[in-house]
Design a protein around this ligand. Structure first.
Ligand SMILES: Cc1cc2nc3c(=O)[nH]c(=O)nc-3n(C[C@H](O)[C@H](O)[C@H](O)COP(=O)(O)OP(=O)(O)OC[C@H]3O[C@@H](n4cnc5c(N)ncnc54)[C@H](O)[C@@H]3O)c2cc1C
Ligand SMILES: NC(=O)c1ccc[n+]([C@@H]2O[C@H](COP(=O)([O-])OP(=O)(O)OC[C@H]3O[C@@H](n4cnc5c(N)ncnc54)[C@H](O)[C@@H]3O)[C@@H](O)[C@H]2O)c1
Length: 479
């Protein structure tokens, strides 16, 4: 048994854990990180990066085919092997040498193994050959253990060895027939990717496609998936699953319908990686999401921080927002607040304060890399109304913008601005259209900055860009 003391111990070296540790060290404290799998976490090897690599080649091909002159130059089909090869390189061949080298460079010791809290400020790491190391934190322990795919209790499902996002993202071959349970972000992106790679895809979208986005987003994606040959079964619910000896998967729907596939992807959400991290030693429930205050200190059922506030949780595991960029934003706040508290400096945990992840509440940006791309920030109209805001919704046809028409023949898309009528600021913005991802940050700045509409008239979009939609939306709103 080895024992070591640091100022801060971070459990989980995903994008969030890495950033917490980095901020702590930049603030002058010492930090160690514990990782049981690959440094870089889900995002680097089985999520953000490889999924986008799987999608990108088909998107580039589609874009070229939408522009006469370029279209004629495209003579072949997607090269599936080359796409998978590029995906492998974006997953760093599932090796974390590069990330480990970075940890070494910035002075963050790595302890490989399963981390478990055993008592206040103490983490036991079980490494290879069951060797245990006890780490003690002078100031804080941060749980950044992320989440895993949720596999629902469906008759026969586990026995049928379904794909989760991990197997889909790391697939070495494209199945002839792929069935997908789910209609959320993973399901929509993977249906887009695998249809383009040549699979015959059936999507069982019980609750619709992208049901949390503006309705036009889901409608556009459904239309384009169907154009790509995907069978999108809205309202269809899997009742039971069985895999034959020959590998064929049979899905029986609750309405009695039957679907056959060669692989079945389950994409119905996530579950927190908290089953085996010692939560019971601090009075919390193993397997539960971790509730936190505005500076990401873990709170108990009474809403107060655990003990004297030594335990934090950031990223997916606290369920505030399951996105890498938002988790890293929390990580910056957490790392800095731990340093501030350790040094007795002022804690700025008020709204938009340095140590509070305020944007998590109502200013989260997200891009869904479907065809078309869906880029959104803040509240949808429905969410704003549910939050009791008095809103006005302005919609504009993106295809009518000169820059969009130039960008691609037959460009089709939508823009929606949700305005808080009492404050005359934008609280939500959604774009659906080819290549809209890079337009999103302007909207994020408008929402986070709470820029008054009057002032936005002075933010003149360059001509002829797709961003001219900003002017059109303002004109439609009126001055
Ligand atoms: C298919 C897919 C695509 C996605 N695409 C995007 C995208 O395009 N953009 C985006 O913003 N988000 C995307 N996400 C979400 C994104 O992957 C997560 O929000 C992000 O990875 C969360 O980071 P994290 O550090 O909190 O957790 P993770 O990335 O899950 O990292 C947690 C780490 O902790 C380790 N760990 C867990 N328990 C222990 C333990 N007890 N001891 C030691 N180590 C432990 C794990 O091995 C892991 O390395 C996607 C998710 C999926 C599933
Ligand atoms: N581009 C991106 O930003 C990106 C890409 C992929 C994933 N992610 C993140 O990863 C997380 C996980 O994605 P996800 O798609 O797994 O979850 P999700 O929560 O986005 O979608 C899950 C969907 O499954 C449906 N569902 C739930 N139970 C079901 C059941 N038993 N049968 C059928 N449908 C059911 C839900 O209604 C929901 O629409 C998301 O929070 C997402 O933000 C982000």
């Amino acid at each position: 048994m080895d024992a070591t003391t640091y100022d801060v111990i971070v459990i989980g070296a995903g994008p969030v854990g890495e950033n917490v540790a980095d901020r702590v060290v930049q603030g002058g404290l010492s930090a160690a990180i514990v990782e049981r799998e690959l440094v870089g976490g889900e995002c680097s090897y089985w999520a953000c990066m490889p999924t986008k690599a799987l999608l990108r080649s088909a998107a580039a091909l589609r874009a070229a085919r939408q522009v006469p002159g370029a279209r004629e130059a495209v003579t072949g089909d997607l090269d599936v092997a080359a796409v998978l090869h590029r995906r492998d390189s974006f997953a760093s061949q599932w090796k974390d040498d590069g990330q480990v080298a970075w940890l070494e460079q910035v002075g963050i010791p790595l302890h490989r193994g399963q981390g478990r809290i055993t008592s206040a400020r103490t983490v036991e790491v079980t490494g290879d050959n069951a060797v245990k190391t006890t780490l003690t934190a002078r100031h804080a322990v941060v749980i950044a253990t992320g989440s895993g795919a949720l596999v629902p209790d469906l008759a026969g499902l586990r026995e049928a060895a379904p794909w989760t996002s991990r197997e889909a993202v790391a697939a070495t071959a494209v199945p002839r027939r792929l069935a997908i349970i789910g209609g959320g972000v993973v399901a929509a992106e993977m249906a887009t990717a695998f249809a383009a790679l040549g699979a015959s895809v059936t999507m069982l979208a019980r609750d619709g496609v992208l049901p949390l986005a503006e309705p036009f987003a889901g409608e556009r994606v459904i239309e384009s998936l169907r154009d790509a040959g995907v069978s999108v079964r809205l309202g269809a619910e899997a009742g039971s699953v069985q895999r034959d000896d020959d590998g064929t998967v049979h899905v029986t729907l609750t309405d009695g319908g039957q679907i056959e596939a060669d692989e079945l992807l389950v994409a119905v959400g996530r579950t927190p990686n908290t089953q085996d991290i010692g939560l019971d030693h601090v009075g919390l429930t193993p397997g539960a999401w971790l509730a936190v205050d505005d500076t990401m200190r873990v709170v108990g059922p009474d809403g107060a921080p655990i003990d004297d506030g030594w335990l934090y949780a950031a990223g997916d595991v606290n369920r505030r927002v399951l996105l890498t960029h938002q988790g890293k934003y929390q990580a910056r706040a957490v790392g800095d607040v731990i340093v501030a508290r350790a040094k007795g400096e002022a804690v700025e945990d008020g709204r938009w304060g340095r140590h509070a992840a305020t944007a998590d509440e109502r200013a989260v940006p997200q891009v869904v890399f479907t065809e078309p791309e869906i880029a959104s920030v803040g509240l949808t109209a429905a969410a704003a109304e549910a939050a009791g805001l008095r809103i006005r919704v302005i919609d504009y046809d993106l295809g009518a913008i000169a820059g969009a028409a130039l960008h691609a023949d037959g460009y089709r898309g939508d823009a929606r601005m949700v305005v808080d009528e009492d404050r005359k600021v934008i609280v939500g913005f959604t774009l659906a259209g080819p290549d809209v991802a890079e337009l999103l940050h302007a909207a994020t700045i408008a929402v986070v900055g709470e820029v008054p509409l009057d002032r936005l008239w002075h933010a003149v979009p360059a001509y002829p860009t797709v961003s001219e939609v900003w002017l059109r939306l303002l004109e439609a709103y009126g001055r």
